[in-house]
Design a protein around this ligand. Structure first.
Ligand code: NAD
Ligand code: LMR
Length: 325
């Protein structure tokens, strides 16, 4: 018997990441080449028409795995029976907006979407938040979904992970596939810490194959500020690479991996306060993320992990103060 299609919901579907993401999901790259999917495109009312245009294009691709598409501005409908929610739509920071205003505006999006997931999604729901500030938006959504297991809410640092792989591979002039055990710690922001003390190239620790100054003054800031560099170069934030990372994150979550980076709720590992949605080295087994344990953290790494985690704690305190969680 043919497999029942899996419902995948994409918010912000008419945006630039949405446009780079939807066709890849429909072609089978999100869940697997033998898994049929149904797509739900959630947008704000003003953008529903544009999302419907993208749905027309999806139809025109005649993807064998795509069993249906709905376009809606109703979150309850969009998340009804959904198994994978990609929360991409967010309120960008605009001129004159303070940090609190940004958190407030996003709380108004991610709180109700978390509740709609809580009330309508399938029991196996998995949520990936891409919209910035991704870690704290994921926390807001999670806190509005008390009936969904907390660990089903994750935020994307896979783009940072992939950026780190590429930068290191270019420096050592090896194929990306030779880099193993890369880790991004902390927040998807400029405070993130890409860690070369556990990454390996050719079976040897990466940090020992580059000079300290390059690691500290070039590698870390290049990875951490890459999002801003793309905005500066393209005049718009990363889109295809962000969509690619979202595909990688969900594919590995569902199908398993031995080592990658993802922002998941902390269980207190590595001194990260419990409950914060922070990036860790993770494996995925039996469809669940697990934090890779037992890594030694030296003083250089400790200081940088702590700084990024501190920023996450400040964001959590700010959204608590605003009554958003
Ligand atoms: P975009 O502005 O092109 O698209 C965003 C879309 O979201 C718009 O179509 C908008 O109408 C929609 N939207 C806004 N509020 C919504 C709501 N309540 N419900 C449904 N849809 C809503 O932006 P983009 O380039 O696609 O980026 C989306 C987000 O992803 C941004 O917050 C961006 O900063 C973030 N981002 C994150 C990463 C990451 O690595 N985590 C990387 C790149 C971009
Ligand atoms: C990125 O890392 O490319 C984005 O998060 C940048 C941004 O601010 O949208």
């Amino acid at each position: 018997m043919a497999q029942t299609p899996v419902k995948v919901t994409v918010t912000g579907a008419a945006g630039q990441i949405g446009y780079a993401l939807l066709f890849r999901i429909a072609s089978g790259q999100l869940l697997g080449a033998d898994v049929p999917v149904k797509l739900s495109l959630l947008e704000i009312p003003q953008a529903v028409k544009a999302a419907a245009g993208t749905a027309m294009e999806l139809d025109d691709c005649a993807f064998p795995l795509l069993s249906g598409i709905e376009v809606t501005d109703d979150a309850n409908k969009a998340f009804d029976g959904t198994s994978v929610a990609l929360l991409v739509g967010a309120r960008p920071r605009t001129a004159g907006m303070e940090r609190g205003d940004l958190l407030q505006a996003n709380g108004g999006i991610f709180g109700p979407q978390g509740k709609a997931i809580n009330d309508n999604a399938a029991d196996d729901i998995r949520v990936l938040v891409v919209g910035n500030p991704a870690n704290t938006n994921a926390l807001i959504a999670q806190q509005h979904a008390p009936d969904v297991p907390a660990e089903r809410f994750t935020a994307m640092t896979r783009l940072d992970h992939n950026r780190a792989l590429s930068q290191l591979a270019a420096k050592l002039q090896v194929p990306v596939s030779e880099v193993r055990k890369m880790t991004i710690w902390g927040n998807h922001s400029a405070t993130q810490y890409p860690d070369l003390f556990h990454a390996e190239v050719g079976g040897k620790i990466a940090a020992e194959q580059v000079d300290d100054a390059w690691l500290r003054d070039t590698f870390i800031p290049t990875v951490a500020k890459r999002g801003a560099a793309i905005i500066e170069a393209r005049g718009a934030s990363s889109a295809a690479s962000a969509a690619n990372a979202a595909i990688d994150h969900v594919y590995d979550w569902v199908n398993g991996t031995e080592w990658t980076s993802a922002a998941i709720p902390s269980d207190g590992s590595y001194g990260v306060p419990e409950g914060l949605i922070s990036s860790f080295p993770v494996a995925s087994r039996d469809g669940k993320w697990e934090i890779i344990q037992g890594l030694e953290i030296d003083a250089f790494s400790r200081e940088r992990i702590d700084a990024s985690v501190r920023e996450l704690e400040e964001e959590r305190a700010a959204v608590r103060e605003l009554g958003l969680i």
